[in-house]
Design a protein around this ligand. Sequence first.
Ligand code: SF4
Length: 379
Amino acid sequence: MQKGERPPGCEYCWKIEDMGRDAVSDRVYKSRIYPKESLDEASAMDPTTDVNLRTLEISFDRTCQLACSYCNPAFSSTWVRDIHRNGPYQDLVSDGRNHFTHEHPDAQRFTINETNPYVDAFFEWWNTDLHHTLDELRITGGEPLMSGYTWQLVDWFRDNPGRSSTRLAINSNLAMEWTTIQRLLDSCQGVELDLYTSNEAMGTHAEYIRDGLVWQTWVDNMSKIMKSSQVRALHVMCTINALCLESLPEFLTLLLEWKSRWGADMPIFTLNILRFPSFQSPLVLPDHIRMHHRDRLQRWLDNWYNHAMLHEHERNHVQRLIDYLDCVKTPHSEAFDMSKLHSDFGNFYQQYDRRRNKDFTATFPGLKDWFDGLRLQQH
Ligand code: SF4
């Protein structure tokens, strides 16, 4: 990139930049974490030079109590159980990576009771060096708060107060009992702690998309964390998919209400546009529905654009989603044509309903006619 080249793996950002509407892509926000001198130094450095990492993101295992529709067995043990019990999802043609057809044993090569040499190596590194030098350690999952290794690390912070100035950032679905979150907050007193959670829709929509989530539990946990003042910032990462758009404006208003009460960083939100699985992309929606959501989001932004608690990147994220809905036609360069994505959308959610005891058309009445049409085409 420093040489003006465009690595294809970074297509997410190129798509945003190629909309031609001055949209700011994620690579800009990510680069801003570091001062320009550090970026220049890194790009001029011999790639074999030993350096101390500034940030590290680690996933210990895939244990997770949820099975979100856009996730898969590589990241969630509950998804593994779905495939184990019910077999592979049938007749999906655009699932080129076979996310929904097998249990992905390679994603967890050691069982919970086995010694994992990679995790052992991490803890050795942490104890000898890393805790001195790292700016930020980010733990992701699965659900990190369900992993014993996360608690091993959190207990290290509790038992070694003041020994490390590394900031701890934890991704969590916050769909668990409050006592677990309270234990985390209590153990991390004196530690700079950022919590990152995911959600993008309200109530029953959120519970449909993020199977296993209880909406009220999430709302209560969010409120208690903000009230506790024990985290530096609380981030909400929204995964923008076809099913969240109906309640997204209302969801953003809720986040804004929280900000008004607790401050601009309580919470901070990002809108991350889903590309995989491509049949769940917001771009699969029929034009008139997509444009309807574009207009609703535009009204939301016009209404709140000057709200004192909105960060610049939050305004930009809403605007770039509006632009994305308006002018991007395919989720990514290798996506199948739209008729195949539609067929997979219909196929997938009919099977998801049966396996998870859900009801698509009762949950999303605004999509009923379109969904019924997809079903008819399949019979
Ligand atoms: S909470 Fe995260 S890891 Fe768990 S199923 Fe959902 S997306 Fe996957």
